[in-house]
Design a protein around this ligand. Structure first.
Ligand SMILES: Nc1nc2c(ncn2[C@@H]2O[C@H](COP(=O)(O)OP(=O)(O)O)[C@@H](O)[C@H]2O)c(=O)[nH]1
Ligand SMILES: [Mg+2]
Length: 243
């Protein structure tokens, strides 16, 4: 059977494209599973500056609190006072205590304090914020490695999830971020943020192909409820431009 050009509509092409993209993304669309046997279940949030770490932490804190879990947050971005305050605001909003030390101090300090406090208080979940700037990457990556060592001193099995936030408006550089953070910190899952704008986050297809990392959530706004589970079919349809 032959199909002439005029029989193939744009919608046909989009349907094929959506199906192909879904084939790649289906296997990586996996929920973040919280092992209740870990108390606390430690989530380390990493990614470049501005990618949405702190905001995603706030959204996750809200989601877990709504599920009846007791959450603690650690202000591991000690570079700027504003970063600590931003996390404290999310803590107030979601009812999660925030463990912090003054800006400029070593990032492993609040991580250690929070690990011991969360354990002593029998918290279900501890989420640790971090700093990340690609330009002075080595210094920050060294610091990140130190944070991980300190976490492991308290609980060798932690962090139980290391989530990398990727900004959907970032193109090819997101591949590099997945690679570098993966090598240095051992990423276990991805969150793609800022999908409420015009960006479709097509780079995720390349990242899924190359690294096969689970994609847990997408960020769809700046509000506390603007976090959704990653759904491969919906994402594929959006990339292919289907309604
Ligand atoms: N539109 C939109 N903005 C977001 C989303 N996630 C984060 N942001 C915004 O992106 C900016 C940087 O986020 P932030 O959490 O501070 O990033 P961090 O530096 O990685 O901690 C802030 O203005 C956030 O409100 C999202 O899903 N959608
Ligand atoms: Mg931040």
């Amino acid at each position: 059977m032959t199909v002439s050009d005029k029989d193939v509509t744009g919608e046909d092409v989009r349907a094929v494209l959506a199906a192909e993209v879904e084939k790649v993304l289906g296997p990586v669309a996996r929920p973040l599973v919280i092992d209740a046997g870990q108390k606390p279940f430690v989530i380390l949030m990493i990614g470049v500056n501005g990618s949405g770490k702190t905001t995603t932490i706030g959204k996750l804190a809200q989601k877990f609190a709504a599920e009846g879990k007791s959450v603690m947050l650690a202000a591991g971005d000690t570079f700027r006072a504003a970063a600590i305050e931003q996390l404290q605001i999310w803590g107030q909003r979601t009812g999660a205590p925030v463990i912090a030390r003054p800006a400029g101090s070593d990032a492993s300090g609040p991580a250690f304090d929070a690990m011991t406090r969360a354990r002593a208080e029998g918290r279900d979940i501890l989420i640790i914020d971090t700093a990340g700037r690609l330009q002075n990457r080595d210094e920050l990556m060294n610091e990140l490695e130190k944070v991980i060592r300190v976490i492991k001193k308290v609980d060798p099995s932690a962090p139980h999830a290391t989530l990398l936030t990727l900004d959907a408006t970032t193109g090819q550089n997101a591949m590099r971020q997945a690679e570098v953070f993966g090598q240095r910190a051992g990423v276990t899952g991805l969150v793609m943020t800022k999908l409420d704008g015009t960006a479709r986050g097509g780079i995720l297809v390349a990242i899924a192909k190359k690294f096969g990392l689970p994609v847990h959530f997408i960020g769809v706004g700046e509000g506390v409820d603007d976090l959704e589970p990653f759904a491969a079919a919906d994402f594929a349809r959006a990339i292919a431009g289907r309604e």
